[in-house]
Structures are given as C-alpha cells and as structure tokens.
Design a binder for this molecule. Sequence first.
Ligand code: VG1
Ligand code: CO
Length: 567
Amino acid sequence: MSVPKLESVVVQTTPFEDQKPGTSGLRKKVKVFMEKNYTENFIQCIFDALGCKLKGATLVVGGDGRYFSKPAINTIIRIASANEVSKLIIGQLGIFSTPAVSALIRQHKVLGGIVLTASHNPGGIRHDFGIKYNIENGGPAPDQISNNIYELTTKITQYKTTPTLETDRMIDILGTSKFNVDGREFTVEIIDSTKNYVALMKEIFDFNKLRALIRGTDKRPAFNILLDSMNGVTGVYVRNIFVEELGASPDNNVRRVVPLDNFGEIHPDPNLTYAKDLVDKLKENASYDFGAAFDGDGDRNMILGKNAFFVTPSDSLAVLANNLDCIPYFKKNGVHGFARSMPTAAAVDRVAAKLGKEMFEVPTGWKYFGNLMDAGRLSLCGEESFGTGSDHIREKDGLWAVLAWLSVIEHKNMGVEDILKEHWKTYGRNYFSRYDYEEVETEGANAMMQHLENLIVSKDFVGKTLASNCKTYKVANADNFSYVDPIDHSVAKNQGIRVLFEDGSRLIYRLSGTGSSGATVRIYIECYEKDDVLTDAQVMLRPLVNISLDIAQLKKFTGREEPTVIT
Ligand code: VG1
Ligand code: CO
C-alpha cells in the first residue's frame, strides 16, 4: 500500500484562561472541550512542554471511552503528526484504563502517554471530559510539568496540525497505518485494549489459586463475588480477567461490564453513595461473599464483604500491607516501603512500624508516589479516595486491588469481615470518614478555608481543648501541609489544613482539585482506638465531626446543612 504524502499547517489561535491542570489532569465540561481550539490548544501545549524530547518519540493514547474521546483522539493524531511525533500506540476504540496506559508506557519504554478521562466524574454530552499527560515512568506528570503546560496555555498563539490526515474509523480497527507528513514517517498503531494488562496481572498474581477460589474446589465452596464496573472502562478488563481467565459467571459475578460513553448517566465513583446499587445487591443477597466496584477509568476500587460489610480504603491499604507476602510479585521483588496520602487514615503506618518498613506521607494525588517508587523505596501505597496500588505501575489500579484482596482471602481462607476484625485486634482501629460538600459556591468555600487559615495561627489555638458530646480533644498542632519530595526535593505547599489532636485524632480540610464546576469541600475525620474496635464509625466519629463543622463554620460559609457524600 502506498503511504499518503501529507503536509502540516500552522493554525493561529488565542489562549484560554482556564487550562490549569488540577489534582489529576485538566477536567472540564464536554462543551468546554468542544469550543473551537480548546482541545487543540491544550494538546499543543503538552507537546510544547516536552520540547525536543518529542521529536521522533512514541506516545500511548487512550482513555475510558467517555463521550468526546473519539474526536479528541483524532485531534491528537493530527497534531502529533505535525509536531514530529513518530508513533502513537492507541487502544482500539480509544479504550485503555488508566492503569493499562501506565503499564504500556513502561512496557514499551516510550516517552509518555495521553489519558483521556475525567475519571470518577460523570460523562456524556452534559458532563465532564478530561486530558492528562503521563510521563515516561508511566505516572501522572509531576507539578513542575503541569505548571509548565499551564504557563504555555496562557501564551499560545498557534498550533500545528495535519488537516488532510484521514482519521475516519482509524481507531476502530486493529492494525498499523503509516503516513508521510512533511517528509517524515508517522505511524499509528491500534492495539488490543486489554492484552498487555491481562498478561501483567498474570505475572503478578497466582491465577490458578484465584480460579480455584472463584470456582470452588472439592475442599472449598466457590467464593461468590460480585464486581461492578459501573458502565466504565473496567468492563472489558473484568470480562477478560474474571470471566475468561478466572471462570467467574458472566451472569452472576459481574455487572455493568459494557463501557458506555455516558456511564449510563450514573456517577462512576465507587463509594457508598454512588455505588449504592452494589451495596443493595449485597445486602439483598447474602450468598455474595465479596463485592467490588471501580470508577470510570479503572484506577479506583471499593471493597465490600458479605452483607456489604464496608472496608475503608485506609483499612484496605493496611490489610494488604500486612499480607503482601502471599502475592507472587512481592515474593519475587520483596516489599520495600509503604506510603499514603496525607488525609488517608494512618492504619498502614502501624503495619509499617511492626514490619520495620519505611513509611511516607505525601500530598493528595498519585503523582507524588512516583519518585519514591522509581527510587525503589516504595512498594505499596494508597489514598482514602478509593485508590490502592503498587510499584508494578505508576497509577493506582482498581483491578489489581481486587486481585490482591482475593489473593489474601484465598491465602488466609477467611472472609473480608473476619480479616478486618483480626487486623483491628492486632493493630487497633483507625476510624475514618470523609464528608464531601460538592458544587459549593467558590467564594464561600475559599472564605471558609481562609477562616481556617486564620484560626490555626491564632493565639492559643494550639493547646486549646475542643469538646462535643462529652468528648474532649486537645489541639496539639495545626498547619497547612507542606511536602518535600525525598528524592528530587521539590516542594508542594498548601496541601490541606490539618488540626492534629493530642490523642492522635486528626481533622483535615481541603478543596478538591478534580471538580469541573464550583468548589468541593472535603473534610477528613480520623481517630484511633486501641481496644474499642467494633463501634460503628459514624457513631465513633460523631463528636469529632461536630467539632470539625463547628470550627470551620461550614454552614455559615457554604450554606450547607448536609454533605453530598459521606464515606
Ligand atoms: C481526588 C481524590 C484524590 C485522587 C484524585 C484523582 O482528588 O481526593 O485522592 O488522587 O481525585 O483520582 P481531589 O483533588 O478531588 O480531592 V481519579 O480516580 O479521579 O483520577
Ligand atoms: Co479514576
């Protein structure tokens, strides 16, 4: 077949003011990305930020398949071809989970990847789209690169593209297309969305044991699971790994496994509010031993036991940390340190202390784990926001977390609730809850944060005793969290207001960096109990919750009576 000879053109454009990436890439309403030159500008700025490294480079491109993915990928193909990229590796139909992109970047040792997702944010024409750049270690771009991209978006005057490059239906069919653009060869390879990732999971876990768990053996009945992909991208991976490889039933063990570009109009966020449907299924049907849900792009997970027994992500991390040696990957590579994001409850810290492992506390966002992993000091980490992962890739990984949990269950021959109870008996329990107030007016949210800033530096705040429901807590310290990366010494400031009490309890306040309209206030509440480990979390935390709302004057600043989501 002859290779089409094409020429690139330069298109004049003007900057948009709102292209600052948040916690994890740029997220906006679809209609914003549809504005003339909006997507083009941002893609060109990613490429400009990469500078001369881009010349002749290969990039991975794909995402959760949400609405607007296809036109965005076609735009990326044309702009990449004009910017001297030599090859794009794209998932068929534009589909790759976020962990799969990370794995591919690492496996193919390419310059980086572009992930098209707004993750747990709703999708569809009226909702959100997102673009994120991942670097050569497979992880989200660090702050320095994102800031650089943002700077460029404020100054952009032109972008390069190849308008005659025919992209129609290109990403629908597996195979390689070659073009000649401005005299250079440009290749687009469309690959299977799941193959590489499934192979990686097979290397990490013992699939024979997992199959025996799910199918049952002469000695043990089948362990009855229900996995909910929430109409997100994990559907294709779940079918491949659980149904085809591990013998789960396509009718009874998995649900919502066909990715939809609007996620069926649900909020693809695996927590007790947005995945209530799964919680109800497990409550209705006591024959289920285990439930799990994933978010739109497949990096988050929620773990449930029989009767929808809820495992907090902070506890999930601690339990996995305590049991990693039953997973072949860690047997082979050893277990180095552990890490969690600052607002995540400190349950894993206790495991680290007992096992004599290094423990790190980083700001919110997976990008802060990457350097530690690259330096060989971090094997397992997590965030309270339903993110768990290991150094097998540089993103959090929902399916990995479920396979890890099932490996622990198989090894210990115990159910989820019993594993947790045993864990709490050994380590005590870190009670944790997060209150989210979504789509609050930005002004009120900012004013509340400013009020807290002033409060924590006010005279006598440290040392003060705060009381609610006959419980008293003495403030031991308060600050706005700063982090110095132990590897490259970069500094991240203003990562959340912390009120730390003498007994180890904590209150943390942050504004979300992933929303697409208004502000989302997050309040994180944590306390630790050595012996009283079976009380309901909301009951145990009630006094601290009251104190948190009281000192923040949340109602006064935001007008909100109740949170949108409690986890
Ligand atoms: C939230 C979570 C954070 C997570 C981020 C991306 O950020 O709190 O822990 O890393 O989402 O997750 P924020 O700034 O809204 O609190 V994902 O699955 O949306 O990429
Ligand atoms: Co996600």
